[in-house]
Design a protein around this ligand. Sequence first.
Ligand code: ADP
Ligand code: ZN
Ligand code: ZN
Length: 799
Amino acid sequence: MSRYADLILPLALHLRYTYSVPEALYGQVAPGMRVEVQFSRSRHYAAIVAAVHDQAPDYATKPVLAVLDDFPVLSAQCLKFWKWVSDYYCCTEGEVLMAALPAGLKLSSDTRLVLSPFFDKEDESLGPKERLATDALLIQQTLSVEDLQKILGIKSVMPLLKKLLDKRLIYLYEEMREKYKPRTEWFVQWAEAYRAEGAMREAFSAIDQRAGRQLEALMAFVELSRGKEEIPLRSLCEKAQVDSAIVKKLGEKGILEVYKKEVSRLGLDDLPGPEGPASLSEGQLSALAQTRTFFSEKKTVLLHGVTGSGKTQLYLDLMEETMASGRQTLYLVPEIALTAQLVHRLRNRFGNKVLAYHSKLNDQERVEAWRAVLEGAPVVMGARSALFLPFLDLGLVVVDEEHDPSFKQQQPAPRYHARDAATVLAKLHGAHVVLGSATPSLESWHNAQTGKFGLVTLDRRFGGSELPEMQLVDLRDEAKRKRLKSHFSTPLLDAVQEALEQKEQVILFQNRRGYSPLYKCPTCEWHAPCEHCDVSLTYHKFADNLRCHYCGFEQKLPPTCPACGLPGLQVAGFGTEKIEDELAIFFPDARIARMDLDTVRGKSDHEKLIQRFENREIDILVGTQMVTKGLDFDHVAVVGVLSADQLLRFPDFRSGERAWQLITQVGGRAGRRQKRGKVIVQAWNAEHPVLLEILAQRFEPFVERELSERKAFFYPPFTRLIGLQLRHKQKKVVDRAARFLADRLRREFGHRVLGPSEPAVPRVRDQYLVDILLKLERRGDLFDAARRSIQEGVVALSS
Ligand code: ADP
Ligand code: ZN
Ligand code: ZN
């Protein structure tokens, strides 16, 4: 008998806590289940059972109050993975839990609840406690778990709440505040009177024989509803080729019951017609064969394929194999909001077997997705957080666009890299891994060069279309020859003009949103600072105000300079909004749209914008790095990069790599299928060696040089970097803490410790920031020691 359970609580605790299992719950508690417990004073939490055993700890234990699940909500591998993440990325298991579990699965005393808008006061299926809880919510609108516990006067309230949440009688308050709109659909079932066996015949005789359409509808219903209680009205109408009014007539006659109810937005109940596999090109076939060979050696495969070479097609085939062997696939993409196109492609092939998990799902949907994965959902596509889903048996992990920086989670903990974590997760399951990219990260490339990864290359576009022509335009020269019009060089304007005349499309890339990044006084050099961060505000013309891109602070335009009092404040620099504005002057007839954080805030804005571009309702799309990813258009003739210099000026050892990736990726959107596209890259410093290498589109010389520089200056992949950032409202406090931590680490690691130093933006949201950097040789023991030492240092700091 297991009399104790080690628990992970949804708190940043450095330890697991051991609770005792009361006799009444013997045999019901297993790893991966949730239990209700009390922790510190009278707070209740749903905690995850990490282990059960018979070993009494050396402290007095509190009892588990209730078991919330009949089956584990986490798989064993999942628990191991959480543990690995917390060790490797120096955070607590509780922090992993908080990031991983959907809110609906992590109840605590503070969780606030509301009644479902569909709650039926007359519902007779409610038990007395359920009735009491829903009555209280009817009166109070919103109550915390703690309130409900008091009202009900019971020791453990979570099992009841879980039941109400599962039945969708109550919701989390947070979710309702996000304006959760349940999706509803019409359904049809037999009316009560005809549900009995053999009653079907009576139903038919109840219809007037002249009502042919109704008969057809009823016949179709009989066929569709075989073995099912209810069917969607939509599919009935489709099948019977009748209008919904006909079915509703059957409802009025009391033969069928036609009603509306809430359905999932995950689309798992839709059944689009699956498409068969495409026949692969010779290049694809050989890439597939090589991949299988590496798989048999248990190697991670780096698939380096130019944009449009058919990588996705290969993933699909590998997924199908995985599915056939009964195992699950995780398909990771950088930002799922950007890949509606990809979801469609997957669904066309695999239909309702594809589950998309991303930040735009509401919590209810997230809980559903979680359950579906537990039940073995065959294909899960998701952004980085999908790593934490409770997979049972992963056979394949695909990391698409593996170079993309958004695989890295910066804030809050766990701060992890999804690409690296994915390979560990795969190992836990014995799954294969494919990392795909047209512009691999130098880390992965290095791993392929040293034989750690298998390298598979697709160097031609599918169907033989050519890679775009790249042209570098020297802005200094353009300006000298008076060919520069505002931010546009003559070659770029000409190319856009030509594309428009040919009825083709254009994408322009500018890595800055807003109108002008600088709003300044020409007399005294004052420029509008953010009140809460040490950065300048950006002018947004549409809203006619100044905004901070770090904290969102907004401010009206001062009429005169607040420093010297003189009028004549000016804007300088340019962002996407200004480009959009100016384009309208140069191309008054063109349909122009903008894609950046300011224009795609809503749930489906991004998808709509892409749809419009795909339907050719837009001629020119201006955007930030959002336009560089995951899009596959057929009619883009020209891609323009407005200011390549900006990309290289980033103070980061990866800036060259990043510039190369962005320019190559956005360029890859130009000219698919028949026609060769054109990419125009504008730069003030057109002699920059990195730019010349990028423009030459020769990958190897570029990587070789970058790698040799990394080696010379002790940067990854030749070393490991651990960055620590401290934050506090008071400068003095953060400085003192940083010195304490750095000194402590320096005693052990000497010159490997850099800092404390101020980051480029030393104050954000009223908090002062300080960085400490550890640069370690690639030795496992050193890395382990550093992580241990950091964890200890952090504990020492907080005591
Ligand atoms: P990548 O993922 O490398 O950018 P994709 O897989 O998107 O490339 O392929 C580019 C285009 O070529 C897509 O429109 C895709 O439908 C098409 N394509 C790729 N492979 C095949 C194939 N074997 N048969 C038919 N079309 C293909
Ligand atoms: Zn001034
Ligand atoms: Zn700010």
